[in-house]
Design a protein. Structure first.
Length: 726
């Protein structure tokens, strides 16, 4: 017993040895949360307080459950059997199968996946004569999931919880959907915890049985629990009150998934006499990073409070760098330059990460890394141009440029839905083959001669006319305005604006970012050629690669060097948090910034740009309020549009824009300030290298445009950001 306890610091040991009564372990980032949880589990068994089947241990992921099982077994020196250890959903399903008849199911009930849920919801909506084109089933699914996250079956939806979806029909649709589930002897994931909680709430003998079984309860990541998970745990903990919750209120960043930070904040009220142990010794990051993160999060009012301190003797390090840059292009260039410099110094790429607030921000960094031939992986998501909404939008653009692109036409002919089924599509294929014409031309011909009937005839007639208009617009108004018009007039943007799923806002931002990307190219054809080149460059994500991900996806990870770009008002914190009344959303954004900083072991680089492009225009930006909240003595501020030869920023400290100027000012495209010169100035005669065209010699320079005589590809005009000195 002494051996495994001796590996703990004083705070960790107190958390492990406080076995009886309610205990909240506030575990700051990098303070050994997992070690405390697993050691406490093993200590319960080794001290004789409980047998394996008398401990309920709850995690959020299967990976965390496996890790806990392995670590407990390692301490005990043998595999542990008979454990109630798993995720909330897995444990709730185990309970329900034991008592299925009490909730109207049999023990072999099915658990529906998302696709099955949507299909069943659509059937229920159609049976109720609800227009599923006007009211999207995914939107209804999101509403039902919110109700289930709060433990609300249909008969307990009151006026305060009601929805105006489908003219107020959501509650009745919910009841019909639940009835269909029972008829199918099925449950969805939201049902598992809601039904398990209802079982414990309404069946006293079942609750008493579990009170006899579970003498101790351990909960991981308590700050991420939603209301129904909270109620389930409280019911199970009523008898013995031996519940230990481990979590960090400063890392509660999943409210959009239903998580309630209030669950951890009110722990002492829920369990009078509860003990709180704070784990504040961080074994991950340097002292300046910890001090900066602690100073930032101290501005939140809704927190229990703790201050991270270094737990290692070698925690000295460089201050957090805060870098102000001219524009978002220069920001991507700075990050790429620093990654190159670190790699030359022997820094593994896998120990570097670029953490962005939203998925659309990855594009600029992906393209810069590709230009520099730096391998990277997008963690927890697809590369920018691989995302479904971007591929859909690009398919529209491909047909405008190349009407014979049948693959692109097939992709978008029914996106958004135009009533084109298999029969109509087969007729188009037959006409195209018989007359030797592209599918888009076949569709227009069939709509004109009446061979298509009903809705497909009208929608194909409209679509054919739109393609003609867009091609004419491309000639007269340019590719940026045309692409934006295509997304609007086709109904594709509206399709996502009407989608109420949690992913829809991110998809809309990605589409806007694609429009921004178009402004970097002189023609639509040039953009499409670039995208094809990017897609060709996809490689296996194994090996030494820079990590690119969102801040939400980075929770639980750590890296030696972390880049945190886009710290500007309206980007981070995002505009929705700024527009929302009260401080709840803003405080969650600040917690997200805290999570980002505490991912870094040795080096954290925060950056913000003075200008960002919105469509073809430039918008002035002001630094995020989070930058002002970082302790001055832990930050090294710098700012320059150009990088010195040694790859370090050499200009004097960046002067922040006045924070009072909250509303951004639009700068017309033709008023765009001149771009700062590249650090490695490219002049006539410079030998350069382009990833597709190979080596060449610069013959003319105009601002950021270069005329280059390539050795094999001939003369071409390209932007300077896509070449490197040979």
């Amino acid at each position: 017993m002494g051996e495994y306890l001796a590996k703990l610091n004083a705070e960790q040991r107190e958390a492990v040895e406080t076995l009886d009564g309610p205990l909240l372990v506030l575990a700051g980032a990098g303070t050994g949360k997992t070690r405390v949880l697993t050691t406490r589990f093993a200590h319960l068994l080794l001290s004789g307080k409980a047998s394996p089947g008398q401990v309920l241990a709850v995690t959020f992921t299967n990976k965390a459950a496996r890790e806990m099982r392995e670590r407990v077994g390692a301490i005990l020196g043998r595999p542990v059997e008979g454990l109630w250890l798993g995720t909330f959903h897995a444990l709730a399903a185990r309970m329900l199968r034991r008592h299925a008849p009490l909730v109207g199911l049999t023990a072999n009930f099915s658990i529906l996946d998302t696709d099955d849920q949507l299909r069943l919801l659509k059937q229920v909506m159609e049976a109720a004569r609800i227009d599923t084109k006007r009211f999207a089933p995914p939107a209804l699914m999101a509403i039902l999931q919110r109700w289930k996250d709060r433990g609300l079956p249909p008969d307990r939806i009151g006026p305060a919880d009601a929805s105006d979806f489908a003219d107020g029909a959501a509650r009745d649709l919910y009841a019909a959907y639940q009835a269909r589930l029972r008829a199918l002897n099925a449950a969805d994931f939201g049902d598992l915890l809601m039904l398990a909680t209802e079982l414990l709430r309404t069946q006293p003998e079942v609750l008493a049985e579990y009170h006899r079984v579970f003498r101790y309860i351990l909960v991981d990541e308590y700050q991420d629990t939603n209301l129904v998970q909270y109620m389930w745990l409280r019911l199970l903990a009523q008898a013995h009150r031996n519940i230990c919750c481990v979590g960090d209120d400063d890392q509660s960043i999943y409210s959009w998934r239903g998580a309630e930070v209030e669950n951890i904040l009110r722990f002492e009220r829920d369990f009078p006499g509860a003990k709180i142990v704070r784990l504040e010794a961080n074994y991950r990051s340097t002292a300046p990073i910890l001090a900066a993160a602690s100073g930032l999060i101290a501005h939140n009012e809704g927190r229990l409070g703790k201050t991270l301190r270094p737990g290692r003797n070698d925690a000295a390090g460089e201050k957090v760098a805060v870098i102000g840059l001219w524009d978002s292009d220069e920001e991507a260039r700075m990050v790429g330059e620093r990654i190159e410099a670190l790699r030359r110094d022997g820094h593994p790429l896998a120990e570097m990460a670029i953490l962005v607030r939203a998925g659309f921000q990855t594009r600029a960094f992906e393209e810069r890394l590709i230009t520099l031939a730096i391998p990277y992986r997008v963690v927890g998501g697809l590369r920018f141009y691989e995302r479904a909404e971007i591929r859909d939008a690009i398919a529209y653009l491909r047909i405008v440029v190349q009407p014979a692109d049948d693959l692109a036409f097939e992709r978008i002919v029914n996106l958004p839905r135009r009533g084109v089924g298999e029969v109509a599509l087969r007729a188009m294929h037959e006409h195209a083959r018989g007359h030797g014409v592209p599918l888009s031309q076949a569709a227009a011909a069939l709509a004109a001669n009446g061979a298509l009937k009903g809705r497909p005839r009208e929608t194909m007639r409209v679509l054919a006319g739109q393609f003609d208009q867009w091609r004419a617009m491309l000639e007269s108004q340019g590719h940026v305005a045309t692409a934006a018009t295509i997304l609007e007039d086709s109904g594709y943007m509206a399709m996502w604006q009407e989608d109420k799923s949690p992913e829809a806002p991110g998809r809309i931002e990605n589409l806007k970012e694609m429009i921004r990307a178009l402004a970097d190219f002189e023609t639509l054809g040039g953009f499409l050629e670039h995208v094809a080149l990017v897609m060709e460059n996809e490689e296996n994500a194994a090996g030494d690669r820079v990590n690119l991900m969102t801040l939400h996806g980075a929770k639980g990870l750590e890296f030696d060097t972390v880049f945190l770009p886009g710290w500007e008002e309206g980007v981070f914190p995002n505009q929705r948090a700024l527009d929302e009344s009260g401080t709840r959303a803003l405080e969650e954004e600040r917690r997200l910034a805290y999570v980002g900083l505490t991912r870094a072991r040795r080096r954290a680089i925060v950056s913000h740009a003075a200008n960002r492009r919105i469509y073809a225009n430039w918008q002035s930006s002001i630094p995020s309020r989070f930058i002002e909240e970082l302790p001055e003595d832990q930050v090294e501020q710098a700012g320059s549009a150009s990088l010195a030869r040694d790859r370090r920023l050499a200009a004097p400290a960046f002067t922040a824009f006045p924070v009072a100027a909250r509303r951004p000012r639009l700068i017309e495209a033709w008023e765009k300030p001149a771009r700062p010169a590249r650090a490695d100035a490219i002049t006539v005669g410079t030998r350069v290298f382009h990833q597709k065209f190979g080596p060449g010699t610069v013959t003319a320079v105009e601002d950021d445009k270069l005329d280059i005589a390539f050795d094999k590809a001939g003369s071409k005009r390209v932007l300077d950001r896509f070449v490197e000195k040979a």
